[in-house]
Ligand binder design. Structure first.
Ligand code: ZN
Length: 380
């Protein structure tokens, strides 16, 4: 058996309030499989991620006891203990850091920029040496980071565990949603195995979505280094993905087991697990540019009456929802139609039917790149 469970105490933000991060590390005999990092619910209110990783972890412990783990597998069953504890009355608020640190999955440190001064004179044409040099620099930069407060400390600890992994799976969920995946274009079609294994209905690619998300904090530095040093051989060695496991209400053992099975199938195919019967299911989608996915936003305030649901296909001009202005003196004249600007698949809708102007109410993934999609490509 090779499982080690450690608890990292985070810096206190207020006297007597101590958060801690739990890390499960499996170390197999055959290290050639590499390293995979998996975390659940960086957005702490995305409970399907907790459920799936709970089932994954149970299975990994059994497989470890049978000596079937290869390489190094790191699993965080809850990535965000700070967000887990954020309640106002009985409402859990796990997407944003309430004391002011912003969205938990935005503005992660740019490891390329931070480690560049340490590596710029050391890179050559040997890919393996470059990878080791860059990974050592990233670890150094993170080690030297003098964090302030629990949230910065948490980011330092997580990124230190993930930055030198070959595969990073950041497990989230959407609102009301199909399973979907965000990856970098540099990792397609390699990650078609993950897309098929988890039964992704939309696999969307962007090398830089503009938001500094965690997956990009792991994968994008390699792209930036390769662009900064075209004469050197710097491969995109960190295959990172944001895995969106359905919608917030989809928290059931059966779904968690199915999602864990998908992740295990992927890990088996990559050699992290041996002697386990699992074949890759038929892929349910091809990968598309993230700019083909429209984020439909509410033009005003009111109550939504949806005309579509996740899984529906829509045509350009089709009504996605009607926005009801409940303050209108005449309810017969209180509805505005919100229409799709593309032909595509409805990936997600909103659980919250009371919206404000500009709120995201649906994601519709088509096949054509939309002119309206440039710069910042994420939801919020
Ligand atoms: Zn999320």
């Amino acid at each position: 058996m090779s499982r080690e469970v450690t608890t990292i105490a985070l810096q206190e933000d207020s006297p007597g309030q101590q958060h801690s991060l739990q890390v499960h590390r499996f170390t197999g005999k055959d290290r050639s499989a590499g390293k995979v990092f998996i975390q659940a619910a960086l957005h702490a209110d995305e409970i399907p991620a907790h459920m799936a990783v709970h089932h994954l972890l149970r299975q990994l412990i059994d497989l470890d006891e049978q000596g079937k783990i290869n390489g190094e597998i790191i699993v965080l069953p809850y990535a965000n203990p700070i967000g887990l504890g954020q309640y106002i009355e009985e409402t859990h608020l796990g997407r944003y850091h309430l004391p002011g640190g912003g969205n938990f999955n935005r503005n992660w440190p740019d490891l390329a920029e931070l480690s560049l001064p340490l590596v710029k004179d050391k890179l050559g044409t040997d890919a393996e040496t470059n990878v080791e040099t860059i990974r050592a620099a990233m670890r150094q930069v993170l080690n030297d980071w003098q964090t302030v407060g629990g949230w910065q400390h948490l980011r330092k600890e997580i990124l230190t565990l993930a930055c030198d992994a070959d595969v990073v799976l950041d497990v989230h969920c959407d609102d009301e949603s199909l399973i979907h995946l965000f990856i970098a274009p540099q990792h397609w079609p390699q990650l078609s195995d993950l897309s098929a294994a988890i039964k992704s209905r939309a696999t969307m690619m962007a090398e830089d979505s503009g938001g500094g998300s965690f997956d990009e904090a792991c994968s994008y530095p390699w792209v930036k280094f390769a662009k900064a040093f075209p004469e050197c051989n710097i491969p995109p060695v960190c295959e990172a993905a944001t895995v969106e496991l359905r919608g917030r209400p989809d928290v059931y053992d059966a779904l968690g087991e199915e999602d864990a099975e998908g992740l295990l199938t992927f890990l088996s195919g990559r050699g992290f697990i041996s002697g386990r019967e699992s074949s890759l299911p038929k892929p349910l989608c091809d990968a598309t540019d993230l700019r083909t996915c429209d984020i439909v936003r509410s033009p005003g305030a009111g109550v939504l009456a949806y005309k579509v649901k996740p899984g529906d296909t829509v045509s350009k001009g089709q009504v996605v929802a009607e926005l009801i202005d409940i303050a209108s003196p005449d309810p017969r004249d209180a509805r505005i139609e919100i229409k799709s600007i593309n032909d595509g698949l409805v990936i997600s809708t909103s659980q919250n039917k009371l919206v404000r102007p500009g709120y995201s109410i649906a994601k519709i993934n088509g096949t054509e790149i939309l002119e309206s999609r440039s710069g910042y490509l994420l939801e919020d």
